[in-house]
Design a protein around this ligand. Structure first.
Ligand code: AMP
Length: 252
């Protein structure tokens, strides 16, 4: 089968996110960026399917500024075969991302599209579901296990009450959760090799999708500072501290 994997460039998960002083968004200048963590699990799943002989080609796509080629290179170093950067300046909303991915699906005709369950910058958790809706394909979101069975997939999903295993026919959309696998760190030779793999760069306009934002961000503000904690000497002191906090809250 042929697999398309969507990867997003986001602020690195180890970076402490700061809001821009004018409240227009999150600071991304001079901040370390990397592949959205859930997307690494999606790439790893695709590479494992290829290694098991179930997939013959893995195409990676990212939509964003030209620096997004970095996250495509990471995926190529992990084992993907080909990359596509859809170059876009500024914010591209989830519906526009889903429409662009639909256009890529029309060109590439993959049997499976793998995405992360959500991008950790906006925490939208929308693109996979929107893409499935636009394509009218079956979807298995929050995957923690993917098995190939009888030409389809058996996907175990992480749900509120535990794990749910469903069967989906191909072509399908699957979004990756953290427990799906342990993404590999590409070894140096793979990183070098990635640079010689094909990476096409095309503008949003080439896909006939109107990516003009429909939402206006009014203001972004950081969460309220949490008061520092304190150490208590005994369980009795802890119980009395909780009691007095509660009675203070009730009195408000
Ligand atoms: P979201 O719905 O924004 O939380 O994103 C869910 C998933 O969609 C991500 O984990 C990515 O796999 C994919 N995705 C979102 N935005 C982009 C983008 N700009 N380029 C490529 N893939 C994206």
């Amino acid at each position: 089968m042929k697999i398309l994997v969507a990867v997003k460039r986001v602020v690195d998960h180890a970076v402490r996110v700061r809001v821009r002083p004018d409240g227009s968004g999150v600071e991304t200048d001079n901040v370390r960026m990397s592949m959205n963590p859930f997307d690494k699990h999606a790439v790893e799943a695709a590479v494992q399917l290829a290694e098991a002989g179930h997939a013959s080609e893995i195409v990676v796509v990212s939509i964003g500024p030209k620096q997004s080629s970095d996250v495509i290179l990471t995926a190529l170093a992990m084992g993907a075969h080909r990359g596509l950067l859809i170059e876009a300046d500024g914010r591209v909303e989830t519906l526009a991302v889903a429409k662009l991915l639909k256009a890529v699906v029309a060109e590439e005709k993959p049997d499976l599209v793998l995405l992360g369950k959500q991008a950790v910058d906006d925490d939208s958790n929308q693109v996979g579901q929107m893409l499935a809706g636009l394509l009218d394909w079956p979807q298995a979101t929050f995957a923690s296990e993917i098995k190939v069975v009888d030409g389809g997939l058996e996907v175990t999903r992480e749900v509120d009450y535990g794990r749910l295993t469903i069967g989906v026919s191909l072509p399908a959309i699957v979004t990756a959760d953290l427990r799906l696998n342990t993404p590999r760190n590409a070894a140096l030779p793979m990183v070098m090799k990635a640079r010689s793999k094909p990476l096409a760069v095309r503008p949003v306009a080439a896909f006939g999708v109107d990516a003009t934002p429909r939402l206006k961000v009014e203001k972004v503000s950081p969460p309220a500072e949490r008061p520092g904690g304190r150490t208590v000497a005994s369980v009795a002191e802890l119980a009395s501290a909780i009691r007095s906090e509660l009675s203070e809250l009730e009195a408000r």
